[in-house]
Design a protein around this ligand. Structure first.
Ligand SMILES: Nc1ncnc2c1ncn2[C@@H]1O[C@H](COP(=O)(O)OP(=O)(O)OP(=O)(O)O)[C@@H](O)[C@H]1O
Ligand SMILES: [Mg+2]
Length: 470
């Protein structure tokens, strides 16, 4: 007996349903064929096909011996599955054409081995985000733009099963008592799920795809996200161990830029990275990666970023890279930067460089109420040298829109000067953002440090008359 050897006469109702749905499916195919535009071979999103798929899935689950299933490798599983789908189609004399048959096998594989209806999206390298807004709506982001897809889940329970599959693989769980969860896919993609009662209309799943090959500095220059002189400057800043904060909104490219700048750190330095869900892909040989842990089912065992920063300091780091500073760890990070861990890097969620500083100030306030405003600002001003602001433009492109240098304090105020800026000049008829990058003409104080480290740059870098169009 084959692997799917459970009794096949499990349910006549199911077989009848399958046949009934296939009549619908045949009708839908005919309608599709009557469309004026060249019809696709088959409409795999037609209600009839979706119903067929759902029923095939149920029939399979009834007939599959799940315990034995676990023991097969992926290849064997695929073969067995394909045989079984074919057999059900034959046995029940389902009127499916060749294309539908292939699609059914594929969809059943996706259901049982992968993440169901969104599996094809995960295989598409042009997609950067997958956003599932309850079972009935799936958006993707391609080249910075959101697109609605025709993909749906059977129902919210189906979606919840897929979410459970993702989070259980990384030893986490999601249920009413813990309705928000962060996880990672095997390929490193970052996942967030939030379910009712917090998500009012049903489970929401957000996936940030992890590209196998992260963007390089050359990619950022050729995409006109960063002008050539700033690319040179970023390399020198990283080599001269200047402390840098990357500031930007959601999805503006903070982690990507952090990865690129970290790439300039010399190979002989010991790097410790701290993230909520490990996303950085550093190529250096000497990298130690730490990841926070949420509390367990009894609400215990949480390990915060702050605890990891403190621990990292006892690991003889040359550089500490904090994926995103967002709480009390800001204080420990600033102290580390002020006590010999030069060249540390972090990102922060903020819309301007000034905003980034006041957010940091608030975060320090979360860690201690004893440090006055002035002392807090002093910590910030002496720890951080450069704040890079990036943004996602209305046309979906990402740009470095300013590079500020912190120069000290005047009274209670941290002083900053802008060294590079992107000036937006308009919008083309096709929606493309127009503008240019240029230096502001201010000569940065960090230039001296770059020279001391042997990575000084020619003065023309800071020449404001050199304009870089996008
Ligand atoms: N300069 C760029 N040009 C084009 N695409 C980019 C650029 N930088 C980043 N991206 C893409 O934009 C998406 C978001 O990037 P990234 O994860 O770095 O942003 P983020 O600001 O860290 O997001 P979050 O706020 O969610 O942490 C990714 O798909 C990434 O590949
Ligand atoms: Mg990020």
């Amino acid at each position: 007996m084959g692997f799917f050897g459970k009794s096949s006469s499990s349910s006549n109702a199911t077989a009848d349903d399958l046949r009934a749905s296939l009549r619908d499916s045949a009708a839908a195919t005919t309608v599709a064929a009557l469309r004026p535009t060249p019809a696709p071979e088959m409409d795999s999103f037609s209600p009839a096909y979706l119903q067929l798929k759902q029923k095939m899935h149920r029939t399979l689950l009834e007939r599959v011996d799940l315990e034995r299933l676990q023991k097969l490798n992926a290849e064997q599983f695929r073969r067995e599955l394909s045989t079984l789908v074919e057999r059900i189609v034959e046995e029940q004399r389902l009127a499916v054409n060749q294309a539908e048959r292939r699609q059914l096998v594929q969809d059943m594989q996706n259901e049982m081995l992968g993440l169901g209806p969104i599996e094809p999206l995960l295989e598409d390298p042009t997609i950067s985000d997958i956003l599932v807004n309850t079972c009935s709506q799936v958006y993707v982001e391609r080249r910075g733009k959101l697109e609605l897809t025709p993909i749906t889940f059977d129902d919210n329970e189906h979606l919840l099963k897929v979410i459970e599959k993702i989070v259980s693989r990384v030893g986490r769980r999601v249920d009413e008592s813990s309705p928000m969860v962060d996880a990672r896919l095997p390929d490193g993609s970052r996942v967030n799920a939030i379910i009712p009662p917090l998500a009012i209309d049903g489970p929401i799943l957000s996936i940030r795809r992890f590209s196998a090959k992260p963007l390089s500095i050359n990619d950022l220059v050729s995409k006109k996200s960063v002008p050539p002189p700033v690319a040179q400057l970023l390399e020198s800043l990283a080599k001269a161990k200047v402390n840098i904060i990357i500031s930007g909104g959601t999805g503006s490219g903070k982690t990507t830029l952090l990865n690129v700048i970290s790439g300039f750190i010399p190979a002989n330095e010991r790097i410790v990275t701290i993230e909520d869900a490990a996303e950085l892909q550093l190529q250096q040989p000497h990298v130690v990666r730490l990841e926070t842990r949420p509390p367990n089912i009894e609400g215990k065992g949480e390990v915060s970023q702050r605890a990891l920063v403190k621990n990292a300091l006892r690991m003889r780091p040359d550089r500490i890279i904090l994926g995103e500073v967002r709480g009390a760890e800001a204080l420990d990070m600033l102290q580390a930067m002020n006590t010999g861990h030069d060249g540390s890097l972090a990102t922060i969620h903020a819309n301007t460089a000034r905003d980034a500083l006041s957010r940091l100030e608030n975060m320090v306030g979360m860690a201690t109420a004893n440090l006055g405003i002035r002392a807090t600002r002093q910590q910030i001003a002496s720890a951080i040298t450069v704040v890079i602001q990036i943004a996602r433009m209305t046309d979906g492109t990402r740009k470095l829109i300013s590079l500020h240098e912190l120069t000290g304090m005047e009274g209670e105020i941290i002083t900053m000067q802008e060294i590079f800026a992107f000036r937006r000049t308009g919008v083309a008829p096709d929606g493309k953002v127009l503008g240019h990058f240029a230096a502001t003409g201010l000569h940065p104080q960090f230039d001296q440090r770059l020279k001391e480290f042997g990575v000084g740059l020619p003065d023309e870098i800071y020449d404001p008359t050199r304009i870089f169009d996008i």
